[in-house]
Design a protein around this ligand. Structure first.
Ligand SMILES: [Zn+2]
Length: 270
């Protein structure tokens, strides 16, 4: 292969490897974490800063995608924690019943509860509490992605193929899960700072309640709304324009709810 062609081939391969993985894209997770930081109490901020000292990027957004990278970096923990990223409530009228939806405690609702308890337990080793913080920040992002609380039968929209306009001639091919993970955000033409400014200016459209089970039920109800599952695979800009504000409201709520959770768990009076 001629050298320029080889270089192009390698560059293309690299570009494909860095496409967002199958979870609320890195941007969504980082935005939830950044919005949460805005609302943290000084005591919670101080404790988080201590826990994060020594991390490559010692910020809340800097650890927000760690749990999605486990499959590559720590395959054993990655496998064990794989079911903690979602819960399937679509076939259960969006009502969370732990016995039915979360056997063995292996779902996003119980993972948030369990990891929050570890984070808040000051008798535990620092490394354990740091890992719990990383899980709580990530899973609180995931639970607000409606497809992470959707149908079991189509694996949260992963089995629903769609194509959406992304500015290219053929549109972007993917599935409904990836469209909600990242496509709705990536097609808006905003960078991370612009997104953050936009979301900070949004009023809270979703009630801030403290219970992850209610978060999952609400996410499921969003996933089940008429029109989220489109009648045709080929989507137009109208789909993006209709549903992007809904995804934005979810991220906005995720930030406030994560802050509420962390403020409570890291209450200085303990
Ligand atoms: Zn995830």
């Amino acid at each position: 292969m001629p050298r320029t062609a080889l270089r192009l081939f390698l560059a293309l391969g690299l570009a494909l490897c860095t496409l967002p993985a199958a979870a609320w894209g890195p941007l969504g997770h980082r935005l939830v974490a950044a919005l949460a930081w805005d609302e943290l109490d000084p005591a919670a901020r101080a404790e988080i800063t201590t826990l994060l000292a020594g991390e490559p990027d010692p910020t809340l957004p800097g650890i927000a995608t760690w749990a999605d990278e486990l499959r590559a970096n720590d395959p054993d923990l990655g496998r064990r924690s794989a079911p903690w990223h979602y819960v399937n409530l679509g076939e259960m009228d969006c009502a969370y019943d732990a016995a039915l939806a979360c056997s063995g405690g292996d779902c996003v609702v119980e993972a948030i509860r369990a990891q929050s308890a570890i984070l808040g337990d000051r008798s535990r080793p620092r490394a354990e509490r740091l890992q719990a913080l990383k899980f709580v920040v990530h899973f609180t992002g995931d639970i607000h992605q409606p497809m992470h609380a959707g149908n079991a039968h189509d694996r949260g929209g992963n089995d629903v193929q769609v194509n959406w306009p992304d500015g290219s001639a053929d549109g972007k091919g993917g599935n409904l899960h990836s469209l909600w993970d990242s496509g709705l955000f990536n097609t808006a033409g905003l960078d991370e700072d612009q997104w953050l400014a936009r979301l900070r200016g949004l009023p809270l459209a979703v009630p801030v309640v403290a219970d992850p089970a209610r978060w999952a039920e609400h996410s499921c109800s969003v996933a089940m709304r008429d029109g989220v599952y489109p009648p045709r695979a080929k989507l137009g800009t109208d789909y993006l324009q209709s549903w992007r504000p809904v995804a934005e409201a979810q991220v906005r709520a995720g930030g406030s709810r994560l802050a509420m959770l962390l403020n409570r768990v890291l209450d200085a009076r303990d």
